[in-house]
Design a protein around this ligand. Structure first.
Ligand SMILES: [Zn+2]
Length: 279
């Protein structure tokens, strides 16, 4: 299996995987979607009763939304995840008590009238633990309303809840092949004009694919050619992948982690199968 990166930023990846099969490509797609662990807020504690500020002004611990809805919204906020540092809480040396290896603690203290945003979550720790997107609206507090919250984030995967899904728009397509029969082609360039993705062009008195990876196999060129000189097909051993991340992990880390998870799963499967055969 070979991997060629076309585009890689912190939140977007596009790459070509070759020398594989559709089932393996789908396994990678599913692992990118639900198999890569990331941090997300799991427990939220709400302060109850009156809250007094420095000026002696008193607010009530209420907001226009139910506490459950606020907790749910906080759960969906992207929490920065160091993929090589954090471990699952139930497998941590702290026995699930919560420690810097498995938990990130946040506090939120806001008095109305005000709008509460994800950026109001203050991490107990370094600045690098601040949430990735600071402008996600959580709730709008009215006069004399206040929120005092302690929230803890832990590692999980989207197999348990969607809030632990770090990727979106994860998809792959077959690598396109466009074949032009030069004995039939009369260089009318109808196919060049018909292609909505500007894949074809003329070069040295020949029609060639100048931008093949943009082809979506729509067959507009095939239909436009008056001499039936073009055929298109998808290569089922080569795939163009694309996905975005919510910023919790970088696209590079997400891909690296997905490949590690996949490898581990195949190892476990092989081991279990071995035991079954021996048994
Ligand atoms: Zn721990």
């Amino acid at each position: 299996m070979d991997l060629k990166i076309i585009d890689l930023t912190d939140t977007h990846a596009k790459f070509v995987v070759s020398g594989t099969r559709p089932d393996m490509a789908n396994a990678l797609r599913r692992t990118l979607m639900v198999g890569v662990p990331k941090m997300a807020i799991e427990t939220v504690e709400f302060h109850l009763g009156p809250i007094r500020d420095e000026d002696g002004k008193e607010c009530e611990s209420v907001s226009p939304l139910f506490d459950e809805m606020i907790a749910h919204r906080l759960g969906l906020v992207p929490v920065p995840t160091d993929p090589d540092l954090y471990v699952f809480k139930d497998k941590c040396v702290c026995d699930g008590e919560g420690c810097p290896n498995c938990t990130i603690m946040y506090s939120l203290n806001k008095k109305g009238p005000a709008e509460v945003y994800s950026g109001d979550l203050e991490p107990l720790g370094g600045k690098e633990l601040r949430v990735k997107d600071e402008l996600i609206p959580i709730v709008k507090l009215g006069p004399k309303q206040a929120l005092l919250i302690y929230a803890s984030a832990e590692l999980g995967t989207a197999e348990r809840h969607i809030k632990w899904q770090g990727t979106s728009g994860t998809a792959y397509r077959y690598y396109p092949t466009v074949t032009i029969d030069v004995s039939k082609c009369d260089l009318c360039e109808e196919c060049v004009k018909a292609c909505p993705r500007h894949v074809l062009g003329s070069k040295d008195k020949k029609i060639v694919a100048v931008n093949l990876e943009e082809c979506i196999l729509c067959t507009s060129c095939v239909k436009a050619c008056p001499r039936d000189a073009i055929t298109t097909s998808g290569d089922d051993t080569k795939f163009i992948f694309e996905f975005e991340t919510d910023g919790s992990l970088t696209a590079r880390d997400t891909l690296r982690k997905a490949l590690e998870v996949l490898e581990q799963r195949f190892d476990d499967f092989r081991e279990n199968l071995g035991q079954l055969v021996e048994g």
